[in-house]
Design a protein around this ligand. Structure first.
Ligand SMILES: Cc1cc2nc3c(=O)[nH]c(=O)nc-3n(C[C@H](O)[C@H](O)[C@H](O)COP(=O)(O)OP(=O)(O)OC[C@H]3O[C@@H](n4cnc5c(N)ncnc54)[C@H](O)[C@@H]3O)c2cc1C
Length: 501
């Protein structure tokens, strides 16, 4: 019976896992060991909507408390300066809309533009985040948003939340790992402490102290699909710039750059491939685009994941389990899923050793990571925006892996969902077929079925897009919406974020 869990790492992954286990298994003793010398990764982060369902649903954290402490900003999706024309990718499944009565998916009408494909896309384009409520001047708040968060503020709040839940935090650096019978028995710290436990979580970030170094789990590289291996990161204090309701992902000479919006700061970073550009040239290109940027730092990374995430009595979470660049804001998403998977697996397995639960959960985690690789690969393979050696290399050589079949199907049949259950079953997917189709449509990847719409449908579509634009025009900006959400008179419906299992 598992009674005592020791988590190595006090970053987002470690504390989210601690909170998840303690919230759902209050009987467990949960301790977090974190290094006072190594610190946390400390970058600005964008999320998807999954993170909000995880924090406010699964972890039961009241949104009002979170807004007060962490001061997130709101995003409706990602604006891509990518492909044939800039486009907005929302969390709302825009391409699932259909023409009536034919049932032809809307994507068949988007060969020229994705602008105003739904109200949320129009809101993004207008710099608005929520529509205006029909009952008054306040926003119609709905769960279609993700957060932009400063990692350091999130971790500071997580520490205080952990204390409230009765989680112990131990400051210390790992010295060695004691193993017997293929399992970890105890961690030894440099100050001489020996910390024994029944179950260990590796949340030690890129160092992967337990899953990688101690257990020697093989690493699966994603370098045949994702060529970038460094990021130069910087930002500046916001002055008069409006807070944009999205993350920006912009094509650069040898990679791409993000822009993340915090209420008081703008964070930017250029993810690049060191085989195609030097650190100095990347920094120069980054600074030329962002003259206000202050000090910068370079973060090297290795794209890929460990072949197993749950080995014996060790489960890896966050950057210790795997890493891909933040092109689709997937690390926090992975952490949320990994925390849910382990917490539920332990509950369903009665907190006992259970090989089938372990193997199946491990397989599920691997599938999650591989889908992310496949999704990002599509972005690289079909981006025609820049004609540089790096992008020519991507168009010629990026391996699509699991996305190859979807792309082949798309080329013959266009953005139809008729065989979705076989191509990418919705219940098993993060991005859904809709995500793949949206990027293929947006990047102008040709398909053979340009004949599916009648002239009347095309005409209706023009008026529908205009109507979306009109509805968005009266929406509220991020600043206006945040003001309402921080107002003590604002109250959240108790069931706003359901407890998702
Ligand atoms: C440039 C960049 C941009 C990113 N942008 C995004 C984004 O937009 N969206 C997103 O979702 N994610 C993003 N990420 C991913 C982000 O890193 C993760 O979301 C998240 O913060 C993971 O943190 P972690 O807890 O796994 O690792 P870390 O924050 O690195 O924490 C590791 C912890 O382990 C401890 N530790 C390590 N070794 C030892 C040791 N030997 N002894 C004791 N303690 C130890 C450390 O002290 C620390 O507490 C980005 C990452 C990078 C590099």
């Amino acid at each position: 019976m598992i009674k005592d869990v020791l988590i190595l790492g006090g970053g987002t992954a470690g504390f989210f896992m601690a909170a998840s286990l303690k919230t759902h298994h209050p009987c467990l003793r949960v301790r977090v060991v974190r290094s006072p010398t190594l610190g946390i990764i400390g970058v600005g982060e964008g999320s998807t909507t999954d993170l909000l369902r995880f924090i406010h649903g699964f972890l039961r954290v009241p949104p009002a408390e979170f807004y007060r402490a962490v001061k997130p900003s709101l995003k409706l999706g990602i604006k891509f300066l990518w492909g044939k024309e800039d486009y907005h990718y929302t969390f709302t499944g825009a391409l699932r809309q259909k023409f009536e009565p034919s049932g032809v998916p809307i994507g068949f009408a988007c060969d020229e533009t994705l602008a105003d494909v739904d109200v949320h896309t129009s809101l993004m384009a207008a710099g608005k985040v929520f529509p205006r409520s029909p009952e008054g001047p306040w926003p119609l708040v709905n769960p279609t948003v993700g957060y932009h968060i400063e990692n350091a503020e999130l971790v500071t709040w997580l520490e205080s939340h952990a204390a409230k839940l009765g989680i112990e935090v131990i400051d210390g650096d790992l010295a060695s790992v004691e193993q017997a019978g293929g399992e970890i028995q105890a961690l030894h710290l440099k100050d001489g402490q020996r910390l024994a436990a029944d179950f260990f979580v590796d949340a030690s970030g890129f160092r992967a102290e337990l899953i990688g170094k101690a257990l020697g789990t093989p690493f699966i590289s994603y370098a045949d699909s994702l060529f970038c291996d460094k990021a130069v990161v910087g930002g500046w204090a916001r002055t008069t710039e409006p807070i944009l309701p999205y993350t920006t992902a912009e094509t650069m000479e040898a990679g791409w750059a993000w822009q993340i919006e915090h209420p008081g700061r703008i964070n930017r970073g250029y993810v690049y491939c060191s085989q195609f550009i030097s650190d100095a040239d990347a920094e120069a290109e980054f600074r030329a685009k962002n003259p206000k940027v202050g000090p910068t730092r370079i973060v090297p990374f290795v794209p890929g994941r460990y072949a197993h995430q749950w080995v014996g009595n060790v489960f890896a979470v966050g950057n210790a389990a795997g890493f891909v660049e933040p092109l689709e804001a997937t690390s926090l998403l992975c952490i949320a899923h990994e925390c849910r998977f382990l917490t539920i697996a332990l509950a369903e397995g009665g907190l006992k050793k259970n090989d089938s639960m372990r193997e199946t959960t491990d397989h599920l985690c691997g599938r999650l990571w591989d889908e992310i690789r496949d999704f990002l690969a599509v972005h690289y393979r079909f981006n025609q925006r820049a004609d540089t050696p790096f992008w020519r290399h991507c168009r010629a050589h990026v391996a699509l892996h699991g996305a190859q079949r979807m792309v082949d199907f798309y080329r013959e049949n266009g953005p139809t969902f008729c065989l979705e259950v076989e191509l990418l079953a919705p219940a098993q997917s993060i991005f859904q077929l809709e995500g793949f189709w949206l990027h293929l449509v947006a990047m102008g990847v040709p398909h053979a079925r340009t004949d599916r719409l009648t002239p009347a449908e095309r005409q209706w579509w023009v008026s529908q897009r205009a109507s979306n634009r009109g509805s968005a025009a009266t929406g509220l900006t991020v600043e206006e919406s945040l003001k309402v959400l921080h107002d003590p008179r604002w109250s959240w419906r108790p069931d706003f974020y359901k407890d998702v299992h």
